[in-house]
Design a protein around this ligand. Structure first.
Ligand SMILES: Cc1cc2nc3c(=O)[nH]c(=O)nc-3n(C[C@H](O)[C@H](O)[C@H](O)COP(=O)(O)O)c2cc1C
Length: 243
């Protein structure tokens, strides 16, 4: 079985346009291959508290809020997934506040490449503007988590269920399914690229220079043998050897 996990930052649960666009693509994938299963959570399905800025994730290695809301479960679902989707409606030219709350809670994970080697993609819907801003932000942060975004899916939509062009939305969802399918079966593998390499350099520098303060991050890099590595490509190689 291959598992896909999607988090959609809309409060509207099953009524959300972004949820439904994502579901169109996932239903197509399941039709293509019965070995594929998926779970979509929206911000409306879960409770995620705001980051309190306590720095515990980077200094002690855990978030004290994880045991008080749904974030621990979401982290586990992402670790278990073969493919990860992050989607958001455009809210005021960016991701929704709910999505930003989730992204903030990943804080330490942006230094650790815990999801290295996993493929994924971004999804966005809007009434008219801000699609690129949402994709760019999600894609950049997914890279820092170690996820390679292999495509972008988007459409124009207004009130729940009202798409500007429903047929074009369906077509785009089905085309996206064709693009992601080989990454789910393993026929295509995620490789390093210039963004991952840049991110690796920045994170290595941050973790090494900040060793005194970011004690948990440093320990993680030390224990995983990342400190001796010269590139993200080598990190991927190392993680695949351990699979
Ligand atoms: C609070 C809020 C802010 C929005 N901001 C924008 C915006 O800046 N630009 C735009 O074109 N559409 C904006 N929209 C429209 C939504 O992006 C659009 O309807 C989207 O499909 C909603 O997705 P959802 O059903 O998954 O929540 C906004 C909608 C809401 C509710």
């Amino acid at each position: 079985m291959k598992k896909i996990f999607a988090f959609i930052g809309s409060p509207l649960k099953e009524k959300s346009n972004t949820y439904n666009l994502t579901k169109m693509m996932l239903d197509k994938l399941v039709k293509m291959d019965g070995e594929i299963t998926y779970e979509i959570l929206t911000a409306g399905h879960v409770h995620i508290k705001y980051c309190t800025g306590c720095w515990s994730c980077m200094t002690k290695g855990f978030c004290p809020l994880d045991s008080t809301d749904d974030m621990g479960g979401i982290r586990q679902k992402m670790m278990d997934a073969d493919f990860i989707i992050m989607g958001s409606p455009v809210y005021t030219m960016s991701v929704s506040g709910q999505m930003k709350t989730l992204l903030d809670r990943f804080c330490a994970w942006y230094h650790l490449f815990k999801l290295a080697g996993k493929p994924g993609m971004t999804v966005a819907t809007t009434a008219g503007s801000g699609l690129e801003e949402v994709h760019d932000l999600l894609e950049m942060l997914m890279t820092a988590l170690g996820i390679k975004s292999v495509t972008r899916l988007e459409t124009y939509a207004y009130f729940p269920g009202i798409y500007r062009d429903p047929e074009s939305a369906r077509k785009k969802a089905e085309e996206a399914a064709e693009i992601v399918y080989p990454y789910i079966t393993g026929e295509k593998q995620v490789e390093s690229d210039e963004f991952f390499e840049e991110c690796f350099k920045i994170m290595k520098n941050k973790v090494t220079m900040g060793a005194r303060w970011l004690a948990a991050d440093y320990k993680y890099w030390e224990e995983h043998g990342f400190l001796e590595l010269s590139s993200y490509a080598k990190l991927l190689e190392k993680e695949r050897e351990n699979e």
